[in-house]
Design a protein around this ligand. Structure first.
Ligand code: CAO
Length: 481
C-alpha cells in the first residue's frame, strides 16, 4: 500500500512539472497528492464515489443469487439480499412454485399474501431440477451466480445431484447457503417448521406463564429469525471471498437461531446454580425455582421488573395495555407520576431490593394509574420524564401508523392480480443503499428473460429446453403423453 502511494505521488508531481510554469507546478503539486489521499482510504478500498448518496447502486449490486428457497425462512433471507440490490433469481417447480403461493389464499386466483410478502424484488424461473434439460439450465445458473441459497429438507439438494462438490467444481467461487432445522447431530435429518424450531430452540419452554403450558410467540423467530442469520452469513462469506476468491458453505440451523435469540434464558439457566432469579416475579411471590429456567410471564428479560398493565378501555379492547418497567434509575419519576411520592424515600420501597417482594402490590398501584389513561396518554406522560414504556400496538394500528409509512417500513405494493396490498419493507435503513420494494414475481414470469439475457441461450436452445418439458407444469406433460 505504502509503495503504491509514493509512486502515485511521484507521478502526480512529475507530469505537471514537465509542462506547466513554475508557479503552476507548485500549485498542482500541492493539490494532487491531497486529492489522491482523499480518494483512497488506505485500506485498499476503491476510490470514493463522487455520485450523490443513494445514487451509486446498492450495497449488493452485482451479486447474483440462485434462490432455491421456499416457505418462509429461506425467502426471508433472499428478500433481504434483494432489497440490498442483489439480483435474486428464484427457481420454482413448474406448475406449482413455492408452496406458499397457494397457502392462506385470500384473493381467489392470486398469489397469497404469505408468498407476496416474502418474495419482493425477485425474479422467478420455473425449472424441473430432476429433468436433464432442467439440470442444464441449473448448471448455467450455477456458473453465473455468486450464491446458492436453499432451505430444502435435509438431503434434498444432494438428491437433485447438487452436492457441494458438484457445485464447487462448476463454480469454485459459489457460496452455498442453507437453512436446516437442526445442525449436525441426532436430529439433523428432521424436517422443521417455525413452531418446531421455537420449541427445540428453548423459546417455548421460557415463554408463557409459570402455571400454564409452554407458549410459542407470534414473531417468526424460527423462520424469519434464521433467515436473518443466514443473510449475515452470506454477506460475510461474500466479504471473505473478496480476499480468498473462493466460496464456502454457510449453514444456519433453526434450532441454533432460536437459541441465539433466547440467549438471556441460557444466561438465567446458569445463574440458577447460584441462587434464585430475584428479578422473576415468582421470587417475590415466594415460589421456589426448579432446575431449569422457568417461564416468566411478562417479566422483563433484562433484570428490571416489568409487567403488561391495563389502560383505559381494557379488557374490552384487547390491546389497551402497556408494558411498564420499574427501572431503578427512573423510580423517582414513576412515584411522582402515580401519586406515591413518599415511595421515593420510604425504605420499604426506595431500593430495588426492598421492592422485589412487593412487585405485585407495586404494579397493581401503577395499574390503578395507567387505567385512568389510554395507552398513548400513558406513553406521552412517561416519555416526558424519560420512563420507557411500550404501548401494545395492534396490527391494525401498525398498518395505519403514518411514521412507519413515511420510513418505508410499511409499504403499499401494487400487484397485477391481487391489486394493492400492504407489506413490511426493508427494516434495515442504509443511507447509500436505498431499498425500493417491488412486487413479487408471478410464477415463471422471468423464465425467458433469464434464459436469454442472463444465461445467453440462443433461440434454438431455448426451444429445445422448453420442448423437453423441463420448464413446464407436470400436468401439461401428463396430458401430452
Ligand atoms: N424441481 C424438482 N423437484 C423439486 C424442485 C424443483 N424445482 N423444488 C423442490 N423439489 C423437490 C425436492 O427435490 C424434494 O424432492 P425429494 O424429497 O424427492 O428429494 C421435494 O421437492 C420436497 O422438498 P422438501 O422436502 O424440501 O419440501 P417439503 O415440503 O417436504 O418440506 C420443509 C418442507 C420446510 C419442512 C423442509 O423443506 C425443511 O425441513 N426445510 C429445512 C428447514 C426449513 O427451512 N424450514 C422452514 C420452513 S418455513 O416454516
Amino acid at each position: 500500500m505504502a509503495k503504491k502511494k509514493s509512486k502515485t505521488k511521484a507521478k502526480a508531481r512529475s507530469k505537471p512539472a514537465a509542462k506547466k510554469s513554475a508557479r503552476k507546478v507548485v500549485k498542482l503539486a500541492a493539490k494532487k497528492p491531497a486529492k489522491k489521499a482523499a480518494a483512497k482510504n488506505g485500506n485498499g478500498a476503491p476510490r470514493i464515489s463522487s455520485k450523490p448518496y443513494g445514487l451509486d447502486g446498492k450495497a449488493l449490486t452485482g451479486v447474483r443469487i440462485l434462490d432455491f428457497t421456499h416457505v418462509q425462512s429461506g425467502p426471508t433471507c433472499t428478500q433481504l439480499l434483494a432489497w440490498f440490490g442483489a439480483d435474486v433469481i428464484k427457481v420454482e417447480r413448474p406448475g406449482v412454485g413455492d408452496i406458499t403461493r397457494g397457502q392462506l389464499v385470500d384473493v381467489k386466483g392470486a398469489d397469497s399474501l404469505y408468498f407476496t410478502m416474502l418474495n419482493h424484488n425477485k425474479r422467478s424461473i420455473t425449472i424441473d431440477s430432476k429433468h436433464p434439460q432442467g439440470m442444464r439450465v441449473l448448471n448455467a445458473l450455477i456458473k453465473t451466480c455468486d450464491v446458492l441459497v436453499e432451505n430444502f429438507a435435509p438431503g434434498a439438494l444432494d438428491r437433485m445431484g447438487l452436492t457441494w462438490e458438484y457445485i464447487h467444481k462448476l463454480n469454485p467461487r459459489m457460496i452455498v447457503a442453507s437453512v436446516k432445522g437442526f445442525g449436525p447431530g441426532p436430529y439433523e435429518d428432521c424436517k422443521v417448521y417455525e413452531n418446531v424450531a421455537q420449541c427445540a430452540g428453548g423459546s417455548a419452554s421460557t415463554t408463557g406463564f409459570r402455571d400454564g403450558p409452554p407458549l410459542v410467540t407470534g414473531a417468526q423467530i424460527g423462520d424469519s429469525g434464521t433467515g436473518l442469520h443466514l443473510a449475515l452469513g452470506i454477506v460475510s462469506a461474500l466479504y471473505q471471498r473478496n480476499r480468498t476468491g473462493r466460496g464456502q458453505k454457510v449453514l444456519c440451523a433453526m434450532q441454533d437461531g432460536v437459541l441465539n435469540l433466547s440467549r438471556v434464558k441460557l444466561r438465567d439457566q446458569q445463574r440458577l446454580a447460584h441462587g434464585p432469579l430475584t428479578e422473576y416475579s415468582q421470587y417475590g411471590e415466594g415460589i421456589p425455582f426448579g432446575d431449569a429456567t422457568p417461564r416468566a410471564g411478562n417479566d422483563s428479560g433484562g433484570g428490571q421488573p416489568g409487567r403488561i398493565l391495563k389502560c383505559k378501555g381494557a379488557p374490552e379492547d384487547p390491546n389497551a395495555y402497556i408494558y411498564f418497567i420499574t427501572q431503578a434509575p427512573v423510580w423517582g419519576p414513576i412515584c411522582d407520576l402515580i401519586g406515591e411520592p413518599t415511595w421515593k424515600t420510604d425504605p420499604e420501597y426506595a431500593t430495588p431490593r426492598a421492592r422485589l417482594p412487593k412487585l405485585n402490590q407495586i404494579f397493581a398501584r401503577i395499574e390503578e394509574w395507567t387505567m385512568t389513561k389510554t395507552k398513548f396518554e400513558v406513553m406521552n406522560a412517561c416519555n416526558e420524564v424519560d420512563i420507557p414504556v411500550g404501548p401494545i400496538l395492534s396490527m391494525k394500528e401498525l398498518a395505519q401508523e403514518q411514521s412507519l409509512r413515511d420510513t418505508g417500513t410499511v409499504v403499499e405494493v401494487d400487484h397485477p392480480v391481487r391489486g394493492k396490498y400492504l407489506s413490511v419493507g426493508n427494516p434495515i435503513k442504509m443511507s447509500d443503499s436505498i431499498s425500493e420494494v417491488t412486487r413479487s414475481p408471478l410464477l415463471g414470469e422471468h423464465t425467458d428473460e433469464i434464459l436469454t439475457k442472463v444465461l445467453g441461450f440462443k433461440a434454438a436452445e431455448v426451444a429445445e429446453i422448453k420442448n423437453s418439458g423441463a420448464l413446464s407444469a407436470p400436468e401439461k406433460k401428463e396430458k401430452a403423453a
